[in-house]
Design a protein around this ligand. Structure first.
Ligand SMILES: [Zn+2]
Ligand SMILES: [Zn+2]
Length: 356
């Protein structure tokens, strides 16, 4: 009797596994493609790979890896390992453009492998990946990885324009400032202002979108009124406050979070005398001393780009900035690092113009 029961149970289990084995590979691959493109963190995807040999094999199918989205690739800096590096390389080989950009940024800024990092970013940029185009623009503006003489402002503007055309908000803002200041391009104040307004409008649209999505999620929690109140009374950042809106801080690209954590948590070391971009959502480090421009008023913050300077001004620095005696004692020349053209007063004024 007991024997019979045992047999039945084991047959049941065998039948179940047969059922999964009966599902054709291409169907499993197509489900895994959907999963890899939509998971909200890498662990969710890795857990599927660990389930069984078959899911592990099919999960590493090039088609699945090529579809992995930014969040599936968003490894945490403190979890960086050879296997994480290998996983990103597999995704790159499978033709995943997002992985090209992510690994390119990590190699360029964290692993000091500038050549390979830049070429991976270029690979993504050639496929019209807007963040890659913008990051390459920042590298050109600063001459990152090279000397001061390697700055190529015109190339920076061209890359920025391409990223802006694809709707990248930071690139739009950067291009607006370049046009306003005649930085790497012939000065055109009207066109510069137009682009800054466009950047603000896009920012507003995307945050409204985020708010609507969040509110839909939160309906179940019956806290809609409180959330709405919080958004309108100052839990976000004061962008576009002139339009009566207080929008939440935009979510950065996962690789920017990686860079920031890499250096701030001490996973990697910043070279002697090098600084991180002071905009909290950026994480880009200097690749040589005095690469980034410094705030011309207080001299205590520095930025990789005009876009970061303008954003941080509105988010935080506006209320912190003030002339510092220490800075004057040091005999600062009022310009950041190697004589960059952007002062904080200038940015504040430009932004006010843009949204006023
Ligand atoms: Zn920055
Ligand atoms: Zn300042």
């Amino acid at each position: 009797m007991l024997q019979r029961k045992k047999q039945r149970t084991s047959r049941k289990i065998t039948d179940k596994s047969d059922l999964f084995d009966g599902v054709p590979d291409d169907l499993v691959v197509s489900i895994l493609c959907k999963l890899s493109s939509s998971v909200s963190r890498p662990t969710d995807f890795v857990n599927i790979l660990l389930t069984c040999k078959r899911l592990n094999r099919l999960g590493l199918h090039p088609l699945v890896l090529s579809k992995a989205g930014p969040k599936a690739l968003a490894v945490k800096a403190q979890n960086w390992s050879d296997s994480a590096h290998r996983f990103l390389k597999h995704c790159v080989s499978a033709g995943n453009i997002e992985a090209c950009y992510t690994l390119g940024m990590i190699r360029f800024y964290c692993l000091q492998n500038r050549g390979s990092g830049a070429s991976l970013m270029a690979k993504a940029a050639m496929k019209s990946h807007a963040p890659a185009l913008y990051s390459l623009a920042v590298i050109q503006f600063n001459g990152s990885g090279g000397s001061k003489n390697n700055k190529d402002l015109r190339a920076g503007v061209a890359l920025c324009a391409r990223a802006a055309f694809l709707g990248h908000v930071d690139a739009l803002r950067e291009l607006g400032h370049c046009l306003q200041d005649g930085y790497g391009v012939r000065q055109n104040i009207t066109e510069g202002r137009r682009l800054l307004i466009q950047a603000n409008a896009r920012e507003l649209a995307s945050s409204l979108n985020t708010i609507v999505k969040r509110q839909l999620k939160q309906q179940h929690q019956r806290r809609l009124n409180y959330q709405h109140y919080a958004y309108m009374t100052g839990s976000g950042c004061p962008l576009l406050s002139d339009f009566g809106c207080n929008v939440p801080v935009p979510e950065g690209h996962p690789v920017n979070v990686f860079l920031k954590e890499w250096f701030e948590l001490g996973v990697g070391e910043l070279g002697q005398g090098l600084r991180l971009c002071s905009h909290r959502g950026c994480g880009r480090p200097e690749t040589r001393a005095h690469e980034f421009r410094r705030c011309s008023v207080c001299g205590t913050v520095n930025y990789c780009s005009r876009g970061c300077q303008a954003l941080d001004w509105k988010l935080r620095h506006k209320v912190e900035c003030g002339p510092m005696e220490r800075w004057q004692e040091e005999g600062g020349n009022g310009n950041g690092g190697d004589g960059g053209a952007g002062g904080m007063e200038e940015v504040g004024e430009a932004e006010d113009l843009a949204i006023g």
